[in-house]
Structure formats: C-alpha cells, structure tokens
Design a protein around this ligand. Structure first.
Ligand SMILES: [Ca+2]
Ligand SMILES: [Ca+2]
Ligand SMILES: [Ca+2]
Ligand SMILES: [Ca+2]
Length: 565
C-alpha cells in the first residue's frame, strides 16, 4: 500500500513500477515518486512532456518528471526550462490520487502533459471524448523538429536543429507554451543555446539564449508561426551520437489552451484539438531530409505546334539537403507523348542559384523538348487536350540523399494540318518485285483444296490499322473518323484489269469489282472469281472526316493486284 492519496505529502517515496494516468493520455509507468518541498519528482519510464499555459504561478505541487537518458547512469532527459543544469519543476499539480493499482495525477487548470511511447511518439488516436465519427478537421496546432547538422569535429560537436511551431487563427487569444528538451546523458546540460529566427532562416541573428526553449505567450489574431534554432553541444567525454538513429535525443512540445490565471481576459472558450500527435516532435540522430522541391513557372513552355519541339525550357529545383560531400541535387525529365516516354534532350541542372530561406541548394535546370513525331498533336484548339489525348513533361528531382519528388506539367501541342489517313494491307498481298513492288495476292488455278481465301474470294482481314491520320497523329486518330472513299453504291472498289474479267459477273465494261466487307473490327474483301486467268488492279482509298475548323479533307490510297493464273 502506497498511501499517496493526499496532496502535499512530504518526503514520500516508493519503488515499484506502476501506471501513472493523466487525463486521457496513454498511461505512463513510474518507478519512483518523491514529494519533497512541494515538488513531485516522478521517475517515469516513457517521456512525459508537460507545459502550463497559465501566466500566473498556480497553487499546488510542482512536478518534475525524470526520464533516464540513453546512456543510463550519465544523465536524464531534461524538458523545458533549466535551472543550474537541472530541469525546472513545473507548477500545476492539483493532487495525486491513488486508485487501485496505480496513480492518477490531477492537474490544476492550465497544466497539460503529453505522454509519449518508447520511441518518442504520442498516440495517434484522438482524445477520450472524441471518436472516429467526429470531424477531424478541427484547428490543428503543430510543432516540427528538423535536424540541421549532426555533431562532429568540424562543428565543435554541436547538434543543431530547428523547432517550427504553427498555431492557426482559430486559437487566437489562447495561451500557448512551447518547450523543448534533451537527453543530458548525450548533450551538455549547461551550454545549450537557442534563438528565435525568421521563418525560413537557419541561423541566429540575435544573441542566443543559454537555456532550453520555454516560451509562454498568447496567440495573436490571425494565428502565429515561430521558428527556433537550437544548438546543443555533446556533453564532455561524448564524441558521437548513439549508434541507433531512431532514439529520441531531443523533444519539443506545444501546448495551447485558455490561460486559467485570474488576470487573464475573460471569455476564453476551450477548443478541442483532435490531433495532438503533432504537438510533440522528437529530434533524432539523423538529419532532416525533406523532399526536393520542383518549381515551374506557369508559362514554362507555351503551346507547341505540331511537328515542333522547344529549346531552353527551364525550371528550378531546390532542397534542404546540403550537397557537400554528396551527389548534387539533380533532375531527370521525360516527355510523355500520350503515354510514349521520351527523355528530354540537353538537360542540365548545372546552374546554381542563391538558396532561398530554408534551402541549402537551389538550381536552375534547362532542357529541350524533342520532336516525337512530325504529326503528333494533342490539341485541335490550342490549350485544350482533345478527349483521350495528353502530353506532359515529367520532372523528377533527386536530392543528395536520394530523396525524390516528381512533378508533371501538361504539354500542349496544337494541330497545324490535317494529315492523310493511314492503313496497310494484309501480308497475303506480297510485293511483286517484277512489277514495281505492287502488292499482289495470287490465286493459282491448279491449287487443290483447301483453297486460300484469295481464291475463295473472302478475305476477311485485308485492310489493317485503318486510321484517320498517321500513327503518330494522336489528335486526329482520337477525333476524326476514317472511311472507304471512292466506292459505288454497293461499296465496291474501283478496279481495272484484264478482259475477260477475272471476276465472275462482268460489268458491261468488262470488270466486276470486289466489295468491302466488315466483320467486327476486321475490314475485308469479297468477290467471286470467274476462273479466267488474268488480273485486276484495284484502289483502296481511305478518307477522313470530323476535321477541326479550317482544315481540309485528306485521303490515302493503295493500289493492289489480284492475280489469277
Ligand atoms: Ca496538433
Ligand atoms: Ca532533401
Ligand atoms: Ca495533323
Ligand atoms: Ca487526318
């Protein structure tokens, strides 16, 4: 039995591992609790980060959670302000209540604690009184730690990081506290420094304060974003960070609520913040590495003309990762011509620019857009893709640590002309080397059954790939329609040939013609041979329709021969 059910007990201590509950945070575990001189010193097993949004010193016990450091006996985790190398205790504990097999810490108004897990992360779930059915779109305050440099000989063994906090306008008038902390078994307790810096800056322009961040203020109308730069030297005798890069070495926490002090302006209404997981942020032994940023101007490349490429197209890549000793920030560019990828030509990102705030490196890249196909276009009207056709410039930037981002920029290529339809003939039409390579299908009258389809007069798949434009004219093939031109009312081809006709029923002029037949998507020919030797030369003519305004009809034709001998 612990006998801790009362506030303000003096000299109490215990030594077992028991749950420690605070509001609806995940319970911590504590192994020691000493209450002495109004300070409750709790030896916790998981990080417990507390802040108090009161502008007045509140009555009640002060709390000092003590978390062992990475290097066991060499130090503990300090959080918040420091006094003479030790964590300042924090006011606001209303009492300790012993319940069953654990302790509950009752706060006075203003005291908020976040309990993290063993990897320094607060639970992702919402508060006890919200559930998944409620909107998560409540205003969200955030804090983010980004490691700028790891300690080494060259930087005097300084661990340098940024703490960025943002509180949206919905919290205007509320009190907020931002605090950070560190593992004193790794870092020196007495010589840590921080400054407030401009958003985007990574260096101090004011004399740094020698302490941890512990700032209490009020959210102004419009909300607030602040950046702090923190520098922590390794403690004496430590020359490198712990080998495990996932250990929490520093932490920062942001607390937002009404100021409960008697002097605070009245009328403050608490807002339930659904996501408190991002109100804490751990710093670890790895450098922060954001994805590279690709910046393209809206007019990076104008509308190209059919059959044209472009030269000296430019964009900017930038990144938070230093290139020093690593591969430079770079980019690759591919052009998707309606899905067919071609690399950009003459790509170079050699031109360095002055980095903007928050960036370590900034480069201008330039490249040329090749001509994919002289007939390729995506637009009938400049600036609007025809349905089902697109082109894009796909930029992938890769930073010095192989982090990559991709951006796709639409590329418009406008039609300049109406190109002729395209089609080909079945391979049964063999170029006749002795007759100007005229495609020729032959029927040998001495052939024994089974007869080939050209002898039977039923070639079901003779005209292949009939399209209203050349294969590369994506715009035309998506918007126009191809049809057989030059046919008579019974869909017959135009032919000339030997007399008597090779076809069964002769025209008065001496020749009957094959006619087009369609079977599904197959375009074929149908005719009946007369068994007379000879030939017929026939035109297949394909025209296009559905043209953009201002363009004119086009057609293609292929002459072929049917030979009977
Ligand atoms: Ca939040
Ligand atoms: Ca980066
Ligand atoms: Ca065209
Ligand atoms: Ca066409």
């Amino acid at each position: 039995m612990l006998g801790l059910a009362m506030v303000g007990m003096v000299g109490v201590s215990q030594a077992a591992i028991l749950p420690l509950a605070f509001n609806d945070e995940n319970p911590d575990l504590f192994s020691t609790l000493q209450i002495n001189g109004g300070i409750s010193t709790v030896g916790v097993q998981f990080p417990m980060l507390c802040g108090n949004t009161s502008n007045a010193v509140l009555a009640g016990t002060r709390i000092a959670p003590v978390l062992p450091g990475v290097n066991g006996s060499s130090g503990d985790f300090k959080f918040g302000g420091m006094t003479g190398g030790a964590t300042s205790s924090l006011g606001g504990v209303g009492g300790w209540n012993f319940r069953g097999n654990g302790l509950t810490m009752a706060p006075n108004a203003g005291l908020i604690c976040y309990v993290l897990d063993s990897s320094g992360v607060r639970k992702a779930s919402y508060g006890l009184f919200t559930d998944g059915l409620e909107s998560t779109a409540t205003p969200n305050a955030t804090v983010l730690t980004r490691v700028l440099s790891l300690p080494d000989f060259d930087n005097n063994y300084q661990f340098k990081y940024l703490v960025d906090m943002t509180i949206p306008a919905e919290f205007a008038g509320k009190s907020y506290v931002i605090r950070d902390g560190f593992d004193s078994s790794v870092f020196d307790s007495g010589s840590s420094r921080f400054c407030e810096a401009a958003l985007g800056a990574t260096t101090c322009t004011v004399t740094p304060t020698q302490n941890s961040i512990d700032v209490l203020s009020t959210v102004p109308a419009g909300g607030i974003s602040r950046r702090f730069v923190v520098q922590r030297p390794l403690r004496s005798g430590v020359f490198q960070l712990p080998a495990n890069p996932n250990l929490m070495l520093t932490s920062a926490a942001l607390f937002v609520s009404c100021d409960p002090s008697p002097t605070a302006p009245p009328g403050c209404v608490e807002i339930e913040e659904a996501n408190l997981a991002d109100n804490v942020s751990a710093g670890r032994g790895v450098l922060s590495d954001l994805l590279p940023v690709i910046t393209t101007a809206p007019n990076m490349v104008g509308v190209l003309n059919e059959g044209s490429g472009a030269t000296d197209v430019r964009f900017v890549i930038s990144d938070d990762t230093s290139e020093i000793g690593l591969n430079p920030l770079n980019a690759t560019v591919n052009i998707s011509f309606n899905g067919a990828l071609m690399p950009a030509t003459n790509l170079s990102c050699a031109q360095q620019e002055i980095p903007q705030p928050g960036e370590q490196i900034r480069r201008t890249c330039r490249f040329d857009i090749p001509v994919y196909d002289p007939n390729f276009a995506t637009d009938s009207v400049a600036g609007t893709f025809v349905q089902g056709v697109q082109a894009s410039i796909i930029i992938t930037a890769v930073d010095s640590r192989n982090q990559s981002s991709t951006k796709s920029v639409p590329l418009h290529i406008v039609s300049l002309d109406n190109d002729p339809p395209s089609f080909s003939l079945s391979p049964i039409a063999i170029p006749d080397e002795g007759n100007g390579k005229l495609p020729t299908v032959s029927c040998d009258l001495n052939q024994q059954p089974p007869y080939p389809e050209q002898c039977l007069g039923q070639i079901t798949n003779f005209i292949l790939n009939r399209k209203p434009g050349p294969p590369g004219a994506a715009d035309e093939n998506a918007t126009q329609t191809a049809f057989f031109a030059g046919v008579d009312a019974s869909n017959k081809l135009s032919c000339t040939g030997s007399i008597p006709s090779i076809f069964a029923t002769a025209f008065p002029g001496g020749l009957q013609s094959p006619k087009y037949i369609t079977s599904g998507s197959q375009l074929g020919l149908q005719y009946q041979l007369s068994a007379a030797p000879g030939y017929a030369d026939c035109w297949i003519v394909v025209g296009d329709t559905g043209l953009p305004a201002g363009q004119s009809y086009n057609q293609s034709q292929i002459l072929f021969r049917i030979k009977v001998d």
